[in-house]
Design a protein around this ligand. Structure first.
Ligand code: FA5
Length: 356
């Protein structure tokens, strides 16, 4: 192209450059565009590369023309850069003007999950992995669900095993989580796998291992061909996973009207290592998991045919398990709200101190 055509081409390149530069919204985008416009491979760069194609006497003029255009494009970039920077600092200034130093600062979360809640969550995760769902029942329960549906009629001496808080509306504060068994059977039918963690209440004489308000986790599995070995295997897995060690268990016969046969699964006392202390009533064992095969009357009350289905149930003493896991000697500190006896020493690696 001759010099005149070259000048027209440069004018077109500059006009395009102006449009593109005006459209940029950020400093980074502008820097990228600048590199493209004035770089060797850009429109002006390729004109410089073509200088050698002009006759030697015209090369100086071509070079000057193209370089002058390059200078003008860079000036356009600088102008836009100033505009973008001042817009950014105005935005920043607006932000500062909006800042209200009287607003409260970010709140640091304080405290920690209660040991019973921590173990409950852990147990829920373990059972969810085994295909159980987590159910809930009311703490103020129908007398029927707490007793009759569980094969404990009004005149049955087993009612004396659980000293009950009776309410003036005829209901009870549930003495165990077992009424959720009945509720779940009615709700889901068979087959069935549920756990039901929750608070229970008994009119107890308080000591290091008895509270009037404590937590249990009920478990219920109903299916075809369920047997006691399934129950013992499940109990061992559960206790070993929660305690993060191989737990020693002892299985004894136990009586509960809602199971037949009934068993008591005890674990060796974590506090004294089995030698005997106030927490384990000097026996070396902690009564932790009463259980058994669901009584046919309980299945019938839950509208499940005992000829077709069998099941196991257990009522884990969740509060006592939390005490074992965290080395808490006295159950009463868990509801007391005074955290001094149960915090820091364990975190620092020492035993939790609380005199029974
Ligand atoms: C029951 O409550 C039965 N419902 C358990 C059950 C369910 C048996 C299903 C068979 C089939 P028990 O009264 O033993 O059983 O209580 C169960 C657990 O709750 C005990 O092992 C103990 O760990 C805990 N527990 C009972 N009473 C208290 C209390 N006052 N304070 C703290 N924990 C308690």
């Amino acid at each position: 192209m001759d010099i005149e055509q070259l000048k027209k081409e440069i004018a077109r390149i500059e006009a395009d450059a102006q449009t593109e530069i005006d459209r940029t919204e950020t400093v980074d985008a502008l820097r990228g565009l600048e590199t493209r416009l004035v770089g060797k491979k850009g429109p002006l760069g390729s004109l410089i590369g073509a200088i050698k194609e002009y006759p030697p006497e015209q090369r100086g003029q071509v070079g000057q023309t193209v370089n002058a255009a390059k200078g003008r494009v860079q000036a356009l970039v600088e102008t836009r850069l100033r505009q973008l920077r001042s817009a950014a600092s105005e935005a920043e200034a607006r932000k500062v003007a909006q800042f209200d130093p009287t607003l409260p600062g970010p709140v640091e979360p304080m405290g920690a999950v209660h040991p019973v809640t921590a173990v409950q969550w852990e147990i829920e995760r373990i059972f969810e992995r085994m295909g159980f769902t987590v159910e809930q029942g009311p703490e103020m329960e129908e007398e029927y669900n707490n007793f009759e549906a569980l094969n404990i009629p009004a005149t049955h001496p087993a009612r004396d095993m659980q000293d009950t808080f009776w309410l003036t509306n005829g209901k009870v504060l549930r003495t165990h989580t077992s009424p959720v068994q009945h509720r779940a059977m009615i709700k889901f039918g068979a087959p069935l796998r549920i756990i039901a963690p929750g608070r229970c209440f008994r009119y107890e004489t308080l000591d290091a291992s008895h509270e009037n308000t404590f937590h249990q986790v009920e478990g219920l599995m109903v299916d075809k061909n369920i047997s006691i070995p399934n129950l013992i295997a499940m109990a061992k897995t559960l206790l070993t996973e929660v305690m993060k060690r191989e737990v020693e268990v002892r299985v004894r016969p136990g009586f509960f009207p809602f199971v037949e046969p009934g068993i008591e699964i005890d674990m060796n006392c974590e506090i004294c290592g089995g030698s005997g202390c106030a927490t384990c009533k000097h026996s070396g064992w902690i009564e932790i998991l009463p259980a058994g095969m669901v009584h046919p009357n309980v299945l019938r009350a839950g509208r499940i045919d005992p000829e077709e289905y069998t099941g196991f149930a257990f009522g884990l003493g969740l509060t006592r398990l939390a005490m074992m896991k965290y080395g808490i000697r006295d159950i009463r500190v868990l509801n007391a709200g005074d955290i001094r006896p149960i915090v820091s020493p364990r975190r620092l690696g020492g035993p939790i101190v609380s005199e029974a």
